[in-house]
Design a protein around this ligand. Structure first.
Ligand code: GLC
Length: 514
């Protein structure tokens, strides 16, 4: 069973793509010092924790998700000492920091892989998933063949340059498929614990885990992978009980059983997350249908015993910017939902100011279509939007070229901005236990086409009725309770009466009820 760090009960996360956050040394790419410098900005918004995308040594064929040294900060971002200073400064401000752990694969430039490619048997021979003949390919996603002295093909996990680390096969069938408890897979798992130990003992507060659900191969129901994570959880409970873990898995019932505290709903998989934010008719644009999302959410919520944190992100470095699909004040409504749901909310850097997807960019570091969601943070109206003092052509990714691009500074000065609304929503969440991670949820309206989303959150001795209506028309909602205080409202003022609320179109309301 996972011990839960108490701070997760009221956590609001901010995701940082380090390349694009803040450059303090004028080389055109963000760095650790830049993140440290901007911690007060994150704190001022009301966030309590950050997740930093991989910042380790890497050839950057997949923006750092192709690690070549897990225990060394990439020189372009700074040093290990800089990262430790970031942890210290964050803690001083009361913020927690999650690093990104990529346990499923490394870069093909990792020294483990180079050793593993050798014909002569050595410590790393079984560190990756190899077949025993170049003519046989491992089952799964594809393979690397013909580049090693060793006679065999190696499974890859994502891009071709990301060979799969060996955690074994759930039911080995071929001679080269190893059981999860055989020597090679156990050594891989232990090596990953060493990586976690390395950073946790230096002050990091936990990990976001990349592709957490696919460690064991041919593991249809993920039983083998769940067992690996349970084993890692035992290690954490013993040595780092305060470490927080969030998985990129997309199936809370599985990941929470593996001992993760939190699981993300993703733009792929079974959650219907896209129905809300990213599809031809997204719910929050006022024309879509949230009911299949709600149905799946309730199922995961009930099956995970209502205790695990199902985390709904505003976006991330892999998906389109929220602002590409949700426009104007509808973004505020989307955030009124994101910040009033159970689980820990995650805000992708720049989404708080409505940063746009930058169209038409050439792929950078394996970003492809994701590149437009990874452009530099827009801080202010100065050169390069205050991101960097480098010449514009040296920037990691070009800045949104539009003349009306939003900036943090302008939005901080404008009480009616998206950022100001989000700041208000975070403060409301933090003032009411019922709205936080563990407050229970009961749906009143499932957002089927033309209808609002509405639910009651309860926790401590509070009950809060929440209604979010992105459609154009007013709607009447019935619930069990007497409204006593409106704690948040946007748009038209709701009509409230015993057991009843009329919510206007394009409006949201949170009401304490008895
Ligand atoms: C995850 C990351 C993504 C990366 C991939 C391979 O999905 O979020 O950015 O490319 O894993 O590591």
């Amino acid at each position: 069973m996972a011990k839960r760090p108490e701070w997760l009960d009221n956590a609001v996360f901010y995701e940082i793509y380090p390349q694009s956050f803040k450059d303090t040394d004028g080389d055109g790419i963000g760095n650790i010092g830049g993140i440290t410098e901007k911690l007060p900005y994150i704190k001022e918004l009301g966030c309590t924790a950050l997740w930093i995308n991989p910042c380790f040594e890497s050839p950057f064929g997949d923006a750092g998700y192709d690690v070549s040294d897990y225990c060394r900060v990439a020189p372009r971002y700074g040093t290990n000492d800089d990262l430790v200073r970031l942890f210290e400064e964050a803690h001083r401000l009361g913020l927690y920091v999650l690093l990104d752990l990529v346990p499923g694969h490394t870069s093909w430039e990792h020294p483990w892989f180079k050793e593993s490619m050798k014909a002569e048997k050595n410590k790393y021979t079984d560190r990756y998933v190899w077949t025993d003949s170049i003519w046989e390919e491992p089952t799964g996603y594809g393979s690397l063949r013909g580049i090693s002295e060793r006679d065999g093909s190696c499974a890859v996990n994502f891009f071709t340059h990301q060979p799969a680390l060996n955690y074994g096969y759930y039911r080995p069938q071929r001679p080269w498929q190893q059981a999860t408890d055989s020597e090679g897979p156990v050594a891989t798992r232990e090596a990953m614990k060493d990586v976690m130990r390395f950073w946790l003992s230096r002050g990091c507060d936990g990990f976001r885990v990349d592709m957490a659900g696919s460690l064991v191969k041919n593991d249809e129901d993920c039983k083998g992978t769940i067992a690996i994570w349970q084993n890692i959880r035992e290690f954490l409970n013993e040595e780092f009980p305060g470490a927080a873990m969030v998985s990129e898995w997309g199936e809370p019932c599985q990941s929470l059983a593996g001992g993760f505290h939190m699981d993300f709903l993703l733009h792929f998989g079974s959650s219907h997350y896209n129905d809300l934010f990213r599809c031809p008719e997204p719910f929050f644009q006022g024309c879509g249908d949230a009911s299949r999302f709600v149905e799946k959410y309730i199922d995961s919520y009930e099956r995970s015993g209502r205790r695990g944190l199902i985390c709904i992100p505003s976006g991330n470095h892999d998906m389109d910017r929220l602002a590409r699909h949700i426009h104007g004040d509808n973004r505020k409504l989307a955030f009124s939902f994101l910040l009033s749901m159970p689980g820990a909310p995650y805000i992708y850097y720049g989404d708080e100011i409505g940063m746009r997807y930058v169209e038409g960019l050439t792929s950078v570091e394996g970003g492809y279509g994701r590149t437009g969601s990874r452009s530099p943070m827009q801080w202010d109206g100065s050169e390069n939007a205050g991101f960097s003092t480098a010449p514009a052509e040296k920037l990691y990714i070009p800045i949104d070229p539009s003349s009306d691009r939003p900036t943090a500074q302008a939005q901080m000065e404008d009480a009616a901005s998206l950022r100001s609304e989000i700041k208000k929503l975070i403060a409301v969440r933090q003032a009411h236990k019922a709205l936080q991670s563990l407050g229970e949820i009961e749906f009143i309206s499932d957002g089927a086409k033309g209808k609002p989303l509405a639910y009651i959150r309860s926790g401590g001795d509070e009950r809060i009725f929440v209604a979010v209506n992105p459609t154009d028309s007013a709607a009447e909602l019935a619930f069990d309770g007497t409204p006593c205080e409106v704690v948040y409202s946007f748009g038209d003022q709701a009509e409230l009466a015993e057991n009843r609320c009329v919510i206007g179109g394009k409006s949201a309301v949170f009401v304490l009820i008895k």
